[in-house]
Design a protein around this ligand. Structure first.
Ligand SMILES: [Zn+2]
Ligand SMILES: [Zn+2]
Length: 83
């Protein structure tokens, strides 16, 4: 039994996530995502998947990265055929 650090719920099926050496306790993945998932630098959505990193900035997809980065043209696996 542990208390979620996001919503404070005392839940018997809580779980721990270790991120950058710090242990976080959550009652749900929704709370874990809220606390730990980085936000896209372009559209601001939470990145649940891998994301795209360009010069240390994180984007949710190659499309968002392309909108911001004019000099580089990153591609991802689902949207990398044409530009
Ligand atoms: Zn919670
Ligand atoms: Zn985005």
């Amino acid at each position: 039994m542990a208390t979620c650090e996001v919503c404070g719920n005392d839940y018997d099926k809580s779980f721990d996530v270790v991120a950058a050496g710090v242990t976080h306790t959550f009652d749900s993945f929704e709370c874990a995502v809220h606390q730990l998932a980085p936000s896209c630098q372009h559209c601001g959505c939470r990145m649940i998947g891998h994301g795209v990193e360009v010069d240390g900035r994180m984007y949710c997809c190659a499309h968002c990265a392309r909108d911001v980065e004019s000099t580089t043209a990153p591609t991802d696996r689902v949207d990398g055929s044409s530009s």
